[in-house]
Write a protein that binds this ligand. Structure first.
Ligand code: ZN
Ligand code: FE
Length: 252
């Protein structure tokens, strides 16, 4: 088992430091090295691995400095083997990554980038989704197609309801406001108030859960007839509905 610490990086990035009972740690998506080093030192942890969900700078920016300092190994997608700085271990869909008795299953979740992966820890009921699934949103399509992204989101949606979601950015409030702008509801209004309250105390909305996202995240509901009807997209395919919602968000 491991415990997860949330480290805020850059302006709105999240990096996660996870550690076992021997104080050995891995870090997911270190945007920058110094806040991670502070966290490791404060908690007296030894860094063994860096896990990268995808190659973007705000997820790998700390790789070289951390690798140099801690002599740790860097784990990422086989498809990112020429794009992730310092990568040592290449993984693909269905692979398992082990760290002592900790096991992660790898899902390829392309869309935001091609070769983006998620790390799913069944026993710890946790998934690290990078910039594919956000709380109440999803990533922009920089490299993949809407079809790829929709398939990737469904893969994550199929995880058990109680799974905790650790994503790459704190975008939850603006995502909630976007959903409210197209489909207002009392439940969302309540969520917006709750998030404004959290932010005023400088608290994080992460982790979310699969259950919570299935309820409120409109990007996971592109195959829900009530949603497509409400958007005036009757009888459109889930992929078309997803594309429409993504376009609205890109222009929000
Ligand atoms: Zn990204
Ligand atoms: Fe990012």
């Amino acid at each position: 088992m491991f415990k997860t610490l949330i480290v805020k990086c850059l302006s709105d990035n999240y990096t996660y430091v996870c550690y076992n009972e021997n104080n050995e740690a891995f870090v997911v998506d270190p945007s920058e090295a110094s806040p991670v080093i502070d966290c490791l030192e404060k908690n007296n942890l030894k860094l063994k691995y860096i896990l990268n969900t995808h190659h973007h700078f705000d997820h790998v920016g700390g790789n070289y400095e951390l690798k140099e300092k801690y002599k740790c190994s860097i784990v990422g997608s086989e498809k990112d083997k020429d794009r992730i700085p310092g990568i040592d271990i290449h993984l693909r869909e269905g692979d398992k990554w082990h760290f002592g008795d900790i096991e992660s299953e790898i899902f390829e979740i392309s869309g935001h980038t091609v070769g983006h992966i998620a790390f799913y820890f069944n026993r710890e009921k946790s998934v690290f989704t990078g910039d594919t699934l956000f709380s109440l949103g999803c990533g922009r399509l920089f490299e993949g197609t809407p079809k790829m992204m929709w398939e990737s989101l469904k893969k994550i949606r199929d995880l058990p309801d109680e799974t905790k979601i650790y994503c790459g950015h704190e975008y939850t409030l603006s995502n909630a406001k976007f959903i409210y702008s197209i489909l207002p509801s009392d439940e969302l209004k309540g969520k917006i108030n709750e998030l404004e309250n959290l932010y005023s105390k400088n608290l994080s909305s992460i982790p979310s859960t699969i259950q919570e996202e299935k309820k409120l995240n409109i990007f996971l509901q592109a195959d829900n007839n009530q949603i497509s009807e409400a958007l005036g997209l009757i009888e459109k395919s889930p992929e078309n509905v997803f594309t429409h919602i993504r376009n609205l968000k890109d222009n929000f």
